[in-house]
Each structure stands twice: as structure tokens, then as C-alpha cells.
Design a protein around this ligand. Structure first.
Ligand SMILES: NC(=O)c1ccc[n+]([C@@H]2O[C@H](COP(=O)([O-])OP(=O)(O)OC[C@H]3O[C@@H](n4cnc5c(N)ncnc54)[C@H](O)[C@@H]3O)[C@@H](O)[C@H]2O)c1
Length: 409
């Protein structure tokens, strides 16, 4: 271990915690977060995001997990993994990043390193590095301190693609061989598969286009899904046939929520607008993907209304309310908002989600187990968590009507 490297990961969420756990194995690492609740559960070795196992939260090398800023004083390699959401009118909200960088600038010393991992639009990393860090510390970028950008690719709920086994971009713009070595040395402890970029802006752009490409492809499938439904075509069969061609890409229609795909296209379009560059496709998927919430809601209403003609007290169970498969995250979840809207309209709508956190289950009245399936008249599958298949089997066995809008099964 190089005892001169003292990393600090700022923001211990979906992105920061896995990075922290990798570095904790090798260095005396500080994991810092402003969220007191998060720190308390992590100290008890519980990751409520269900991404990191208890054994990997064991602290080594005198590392700490803290909400106490003073621990940053001893650090010299800062990694920033704070949220970069949108504010009203879909404008990038860089306030979390700004706060994190301001905090670093208070502790910045000569020969320190900073790597930003949060998703940003091209130019943000250097803008903050130069303006805030230089102004507040009196030090000079690439002379006194160094900055890099390493976009994160982790995919919550995905047990196969983990930070230690996926390719990770590391963008470094320095002529100092010593600084380059220090950057790569630390990042080689996170993953062995580093892709070097000599341009920070290129790496920032690459990150957002990865998600934009996905957003657009899902939007295309959503469009064809709606077209097939209106035309009375068998969407599943249409896709099966198209996929028999070697270069037809495998995307599925769905509810695109969360804080990456519905956000990142606006990061790029924000900059393009500022620079007066017309982008024709980047936001093209957004309206289709946003519309799906209303489409699926109406599909369920239609089904419930039909059943209510035969049985006034139709009891409906929505299965899965998180924003995507196998994650507990409810932020910007379309299934959750569909459930809450249905609940306002019909008195007998229930939700079941065994993955979301207990406090969320209590807050939104979400069941964490289903005792008797035959008390329901309709089961709707909105998210494909692994164990939801058992509910489907039970529903079939008990002849309960099923609505599986996206043909999960
Ligand atoms: N979640 C993903 O799938 C994913 C994937 C790739 C990239 N990203 C990007 O990574 C970044 C982080 O996303 P996330 O999903 O980990 O977010 P998150 O909300 O799960 O975690 C962010 C953490 O940062 C903390 N925080 C906020 N401001 C802080 C500050 N000033 N100092 C210290 N801690 C602070 C929050 O309390 C929170 O615990 C975002 O830019 C996101 O777009 C996310």
C-alpha cells in the first residue's frame, strides 16, 4: 500500500459507496456524506440500496465513514460522486457538485488530486476546477493540483456488471508523468480495466451519450409497442421476428424513470442550446418515454373499469413500484406514480414490492408480502423483480386476471 495516498469519496450513494469499498481495501479512505441517516446505516454495515454486502462494508486500513467535514483535512485524493439532477424547466442542477467542490477547496493542498465521477455536461469538470478551486485555494490547476474525470457506469440491480469488473474511463489532462501515474495507480485499485482519455470534455460527453443512446432506443421500442397495440399487431411476435436479424438491437419498451436516462439528455441539450448548436435527436426519445406513464395508467384504468362492470369492488394489486427491476429506489419512479394515481381514483388498489425500503413501504402503503392472492381480481406487473414470477404463478393457479403490459412473462 502507498501510505502517501489518502483518498476521500464525497457522496456515498449508488456510485460513491462501491468506489469507497474498493479503496477501503487498500488505503486509509474517508467516506463522506452529508446525509446523517445514510451514515448511520452504513456504520451499522447496512446499505439500504442493496448494492453492497455487509462483509464489504467492514472498514479496513483505519478508514472512516463520516458526516464530519474535518476528516477531509487529512486527505489528498478526492473523488466526487454527488447527485447531478435537474431543476425546474429541465435545467442541470449543479448545486450539489458546487458544494462538494467548495468543501474540497477549503482543504486543498499542493499536489492534491480531484476526480469527478458525477455525470455532467462537457466543460463542467474544468470549469469548477479552475474557478472554485483556484479562487478559494490560491493554488493553480496542473501546477499545484490535478483534476480528472471518471464517469460511472454502474447499473443498480445488476449483479454482473460491478465497478471492479467493468471498463472505466479515466480522463486526465496533465503533462506530469508523476501525476498521471498517481491517478492511474489509485484507479487501478478500483478496476483493472481503465480506458484512458486525454480529454476531460470527451469523457464527459461519452458518459451522457451512453445514456442518451439507451433512452432513444427504448423510446423507439415504446413507439412501436404503441403502434402495434393500436394496429392490433402482436408486439412480442413483431420483436421476435425483427430480432432474428443479426444487427437488430435488443431493447425493450418500458417505463423509463430514475435519475439517469430521464436526466442526462437534458444535460447535453442544455449545453448545445447555450452554444446555439441544434441537436435533432438527443431529446427525441423524451416525450415518448414520458408519455408511457399516462399510456400504462389508462390501460390499467380500462381493465379495472371492465372488471368493475362485473364486480363492483374490483381489488387490484400493482406488483413492483420501484423505478426499475431489482432496485429499491423510488426516486422518479413511474410505477410508483401510476400506483398513487390509481389509488386516488379507485378505493381498492394495493401495491406489493418486496425490494423497496421498509420506511418507503410504510410511507406509501406498499405490501412487502402477499398472503392470499385470490382476494385480488386483477394483478398488474409494472416492474420485473426476480421474485415477482412467484406472484404470476400464484395468480395463474388461482385464476386471477393478469395485466402484463410489457410482456415480461
Ligand atoms: N445511480 C446510477 O445508476 C448512476 C450511474 C452512473 C452515474 N450516476 C451519476 O453519479 C452521480 C451520483 O449518483 P448516485 O446515484 O450515486 O446518487 P445518490 O443520490 O445515490 O448518492 C449521492 C450521495 O451524495 C450525497 N451528497 C449530496 N451532496 C453532498 C455533498 N455536498 N457532500 C457529500 N455528500 C453529498 C447524498 O447524501 C447521497 O448519499 C450522479 O451524477 C449520477 O447521475 C449514477
Amino acid at each position: 500500500m502507498d501510505k502517501t495516498i489518502l483518498p476521500c469519496v464525497i457522496g456515498l450513494g449508488y456510485v460513491g459507496l462501491p468506489v469507497f469499498t474498493r479503496l477501503n481495501k487498500v488505503y486509509k479512505t474517508v467516506g463522506y456524506d452529508v446525509n446523517a441517516e445514510r451514515i448511520t446505516s452504513l456504520k451499522k454495515k447496512i446499505d439500504l440500496n442493496n448494492e453492497i454486502k455487509k462483509k464489504d462494508l467492514k472498514l479496513a486500513n483505519k478508514s472512516v465513514i463520516t458526516k464530519n467535514k474535518s476528516h477531509l483535512k487529512s486527505c489528498n485524493f478526492y473523488i466526487v460522486t454527488v447527485p447531478t439532477p435537474l431543476i425546474n424547466k429541465k435545467i442541470p442542477d449543479l448545486r450539489f457538485l458546487q458544494n462538494a467542490i467548495k468543501l474540497i477547496s477549503k482543504f486543498l493542498n499542493k499536489d492534491d488530486f480531484i476526480v469527478i465521477e458525477s455525470t455532467v455536461y462537457p466543460g463542467v469538470t474544468k470549469l469548477y476546477a479552475k474557478q472554485i478551486l483556484e479562487r478559494n485555494s490560491g493554488l493553480k490547476l496542473n501546477k499545484d493540483f490535478f483534476i480528472g474525470y471518471s464517469p460511472e457506469r454502474i447499473n443498480p440491480g445488476d449483479k454482473r456488471h460491478k465497478v471492479q469488473n467493468i471498463k472505466k474511463i479515466l480522463a486526465i489532462e496533465t503533462n506530469s508523468k508523476k501525476a498521471f501515474k498517481r491517478f492511474t495507480n489509485v484507479y487501478s485499485k478500483i478496476t483493472k480495466k481503465i480506458i484512458i482519455s486525454n480529454s476531460i470534455e470527451d469523457a464527459e460527453t461519452a458518459k451522457v451519450i451512453e445514456n442518451i443512446q439507451r433512452d432513444l432506443n427504448i423510446a423507439l421500442m415504446n413507439d412501436i409497442f404503441l403502434f402495434s397495440n393500436k394496429m392490433g399487431l402482436n408486439f412480442k411476435n413483431v420483436v421476435r421476428l425483427a430480432r432474428s436479424k443479426w444487427n437488430f438491437l435488443k431493447f425493450n419498451p418500458g417505463l423509463v424513470g430514475g435519475h439517469c436516462l430521464p436526466v442526462d439528455p437534458y444535460y447535453l441539450s442544455h449545453l448545445a442550446k447555450k452554444k446555439k448548436i441544434k441537436l435533432e435527436t438527443v431529446l427525441a426519445g423524451r416525450s415518448v418515454n414520458e408519455k408511457m406513464k399516462k399510456v400504462i395508467y389508462e390501460m390499467i384504468v380500462k381493465k379495472i373499469s371492465y372488471i368493475r362492470k362485473l364486480k363492483k369492488n374490483c381489488k387490484t394489486l400493482i406488483v413492483g413500484v420501484t423505478y426499475k427491476d431489482n432496485v429499491p429506489d423510488l426516486r422518479n419512479s413511474y410505477p410508483l406514480s401510476i400506483y398513487l394515481k390509481l389509488k386516488k381514483r379507485f378505493s381498492k388498489v394495493f401495491a406489493y414490492d418486496y425490494i423497496c425500503a421498509t420506511k418507503d413501504q410504510k410511507r406509501f402503503n406498499i405490501l412487502n408480502k402477499v398472503n392470499s392472492i385470490n382476494k385480488f381480481d386483477l394483478i398488474v406487473f409494472l416492474v420485473k423483480h426476480n421474485k415477482n414470477l412467484q406472484i404470476l404463478k400464484l395468480a395463474k393457479k388461482n385464476n386471477v386476471k393478469v395485466l402484463d403490459p410489457f410482456n415480461f412473462y
